[in-house]
Design a protein around this ligand. Structure first.
Ligand SMILES: [Zn+2]
Length: 152
């Protein structure tokens, strides 16, 4: 996908003071991203893979219904998983296509992209994390994902 809009972060989002923001669109299928924080304009010009046209197998991420719906609506952007052999910086590199699934149902899926990755223990204090994984403090893979309304 190529850049269709780029901007100075200060004018959009103070959360990314050192990075630029860009939006991308695929020339083949018109799949479009929202604003993605990128390190440099040069990185933006290299483009990012289109999740719909990419030959690479997407990372499959089953989500509980409420989280899937929030990702599609754009109100949720980060997925937390136990850091380890399955969820790490190698399996979740930036700009890897992902396939979000509402549960394991094939009926509700959305393509997306990993837009950032970080290891943190902070999510262990969240109620929703504790409900799934218990009270132990562990490394958590924080995977920033962007998807859109486009059906697969
Ligand atoms: Zn495409």
């Amino acid at each position: 996908m190529h850049v269709i809009d780029a901007g100075d972060p200060q004018s959009y989002d103070v959360a990314y003071p050192d990075r630029c923001l860009a939006r991308f669109q695929c020339r083949r299928c018109d799949w479009q991203t929202n604003w993605i924080a990128i390190d440099t304009i040069t990185e933006a010009r290299r483009g990012v893979p289109c999740p719909a046209c990419s030959e690479a197998a997407p990372l499959f991420i089953p989500l509980r219904g409420e989280y899937f719906d929030a990702f599609v609506a754009g109100t949720e952007s980060t997925e937390f998983r136990p850091y380890g052999p399955r969820w790490n910086e190698r399996t979740c590199p930036r700009f890897r296509p992902v396939l979000l699934s509402r549960g394991y149902s094939a009926a509700h899926r959305r393509l997306g992209l990993v837009v950032d990755f970080e290891i943190s223990r902070e999510p262990c204090t969240r109620d929703d994390w504790r409900a799934c994984y218990g009270a132990q403090i562990v490394d958590v893979a924080c995977i920033w994902i962007q998807t859109n309304e486009a059906e697969r």
